[in-house]
Design a protein around this ligand. Structure first.
Ligand code: DX5
Ligand code: ZN
Length: 214
């Protein structure tokens, strides 16, 4: 079963606990947490102050997507709040292998994110082999509610082929503009984990929206 990761960026923050608890009975669900610094992307969201108690009200895995200029500064800071996956952008780092190694010391899963402008062939196999997840961005990072960029489909296929050829088992995640239609396309291309913000939180029934995505 595909994993669906509701992006809390689109949740109603005035009713945050209720929003989180409404996913209590779902299976194969992660919460996607978009941490933005107002520098790498032109938007500012939430940090540890807001996220620190989230793990106390849910058993679902917490998936943090750092859209920040200096992801290394966040590894220590976020390590004790129950984050399962720590994803950083390829473009924000020079020594990727060292970064992955540092993240692994504190988090069960490490994710590497590709900005839509990044060529998938730039990522060396030695790096791909070390990560647990590859996130293909299908919108320019920064905001929810944008339209899906179709060039992400070839990137997803590319990583799926590498995964098969090299006998690897990293998760392929997609983020941005995912709805009932684009979900079909990304699943056909090889995605296992679909991040969705507005499609879920703007729907009348979250459970139905998740079913439609799968
Ligand atoms: C965008 C974020 C996404 C965003 C997706 O920078 O990384 O996670 O919340 O929102 P939708 O699903 O509305 O495109
Ligand atoms: Zn995201």
């Amino acid at each position: 079963m595909k994993i669906v990761s509701p992006s809390i960026l689109s949740a109603d923050f005035l009713n945050f606990q209720k929003e989180i608890e409404s996913f209590k009975n779902e299976k194969n669900l992660w919460f996607h947490l978009d941490v933005m610094d107002g520098h790498y992307v032109p938007n500012l969201t939430f940090g540890k102050t807001i996220l620190k108690d989230l793990h106390k009200i849910t058993n679902h895995k917490l998936d943090a997507h750092f859209m920040v200029t200096n992801p290394e500064d966040y590894i220590e800071q976020f390590k004790d709040i129950g984050i399962y996956n720590f994803s950083f952008h390829w473009e924000t780092c020079d020594d990727h292998l060292a970064m992955i190694k540092r993240i692994k010391e504190h988090y069960p899963s490490v994710g590497l994110v590709l900005h839509p402008s990044t060529d998938c062939k730039d990522i060396p196999l030695e790096v791909i082999k070390e990560v647990n997840l590859i996130l293909v961005m299908s919108v320019n990072p920064g905001f929810g509610g944008q339209s899906f960029m179709t060039n992400s489909l070839d990137k997803i296929k590319y990583f799926d082929e590498i995964r098969k050829k090299e006998n690897l088992n990293f998760v392929i995640q997609v983020d941005g503009g995912i709805n009932e239609q684009t979900a079909k396309d990304v699943i056909n291309a090889g995605v296992d984990n679909l991040v969705a913000g507005s499609f879920i939180f703007k729907s009348d029934n979250y459970s139905d929206a998740i079913k439609k995505l799968r």
